[in-house]
Design a protein around this ligand. Structure first.
Ligand SMILES: Nc1nc2c(ncn2[C@@H]2O[C@H](COP(=O)(O)OP(=O)(O)OP(=O)(O)O)[C@@H](O)[C@H]2O)c(=O)[nH]1
Ligand SMILES: [Mg+2]
Length: 343
């Protein structure tokens, strides 16, 4: 299951208390102070990990705690430091302080770490308080409490290209043909319930990440259909692929229920209503299912329309693989023209 939100409390370990002790040695009637320091409490740390693609593991967690530091002991023995707790999260996870709403960090790089709750310092033992005039201090410091707060995680996928389109136009079929993703494919609408990511290899030495999103429908930005919850994953894509098909019913009756050109305008409207920036992204329009005669019939007219708009267009069949090489080149070139992603 794909989960892109989580909220839980993190509490670091308390520092261990300093110790009050005195040396006891043979023939030494009054030994000096020998209480050791307490150990540091463990931190709670988030770490971005490429191997994860969902916050599912954290979804049900309510409270994550690190261990406290050990107390100091006699004979100047320090308490052990509490172990840190390292929580792995997918690359692209935004970390918020849930009380203030403040964005603490955008964990968008593999391996990047963020301490979300710092462990308390250990208290000093009485040995540390000895001075020339106070040779036998009978007190020590308590450990400091570990930090604690509510954090909220929000995953925004870091895909280079987002595939958008109405239900059943063949988005999942397409990603399964060009990438390592193996999503479910079926003829009924809303087969894809959560985003799929796939890695695409292009020209031997280049690769990019493509996201297949659940189908969008008119009113998506208002919450209709499923797509709405996932539109935020488009916010960090750099290129959009609008996938179109020609519904058979439309081809047979000529009725203007769904028509590829209308679908295209409706989707653009939905995306820009959700976030105007999405309508400014470079886009590639793709007509799918050209293996079907009724699609081929309208292909020229549709191609002409996008040619006039100056929008890159290609007609493919995800099912047979026809023209996928053209599409891959368009994708790769469009990304290459944008240069490297900002760090
Ligand atoms: N003839 C033909 N059928 C296709 C082609 N691509 C996809 N299909 C079929 O179209 C149907 C929908 O394909 P999906 O890939 O599941 O479509 P989707 O856009 O991911 O659909 P949702 O996840 O529901 O939004 C399936 O029955 C596919 O086999 C194609 O190029 N030609
Ligand atoms: Mg799908």
């Amino acid at each position: 299951m794909f989960i892109d939100e989580a909220k839980f409390r993190v509490t670091a370990g308390d520092g261990g208390d300093g110790c009050v002790a005195f040396r006891r040695e043979k023939y030494v009637p009054r030994g000096g102070p020998s209480g050791g320091d307490g150990g540091r409490g463990g931190d709670v740390i988030l770490q971005a990990d490429q191997g994860l693609s969902t916050l599912l593991d954290l979804h049900r967690r309510r409270h994550i705690k690190a261990r406290r530091g050990g107390h100091g002991q006699g004979k100047d023995k320090h308490g052990a430091d509490g172990a840190d707790v390292v929580i792995l999260v997918p690359v692209g996870t935004l970390v918020y302080d849930d009380d203030s709403g403040e964005l603490l960090e955008d964990l968008r790089h593999q391996g990047r770490r963020l301490v979300v709750a710092r462990g308390g310092r250990g208290g000093r033992g009485n040995a540390q308080f000895a001075t020339p005039t106070r040779q036998a201090p009978d007190f020590a410091e308590p450990g400091q409490p570990g930090a604690s707060r509510m954090i909220r995680l929000e995953l925004k996928l870091l895909a280079d290209i987002g595939i958008v389109g109405f239900p059943s136009v063949g988005k999942s079929t397409l990603i399964s043909r060009i990438s390592n993703a193996r999503p479910k494919i079926a003829e009924y609408p809303f087969t894809t319930l959560t985003p799929n990511l796939g890695l695409v290899g292009w020209r031997d030495d280049t690769s990019f990440v493509v996201a297949d999103l659940p189908g969008l429908i008119e009113g998506a930005h208002l919450g209709r259909g499923l797509g709405h919850r996932f539109l935020r994953h488009l916010e960090r894509t750099r290129v959009l692929v609008h996938l179109l098909d020609v519904p058979l019913e439309q081809a047979l009756t000529g009725r203007l229920g769904r028509h590829p050109l209308r679908d295209y305008e409706v989707l653009r409207g939905e995306l820009s209503a959700y976030n105007p920036r999405l309508s400014e992204l470079p886009e590639i329009v793709v007509l799918n299912k050209r293996d079907l005669p009724h699609v081929r019939e309208q292909e020229a007219e549709i191609a002409q329309h996008f040619l006039c708009l100056g929008t890159p267009f290609v007609s493919i069949s995800a099912a047979t693989g026809e023209h996928l090489d053209l599409l891959l080149d368009l994708m790769g070139q469009t990304l290459a023209a944008l240069g490297a992603r900002q760090p």
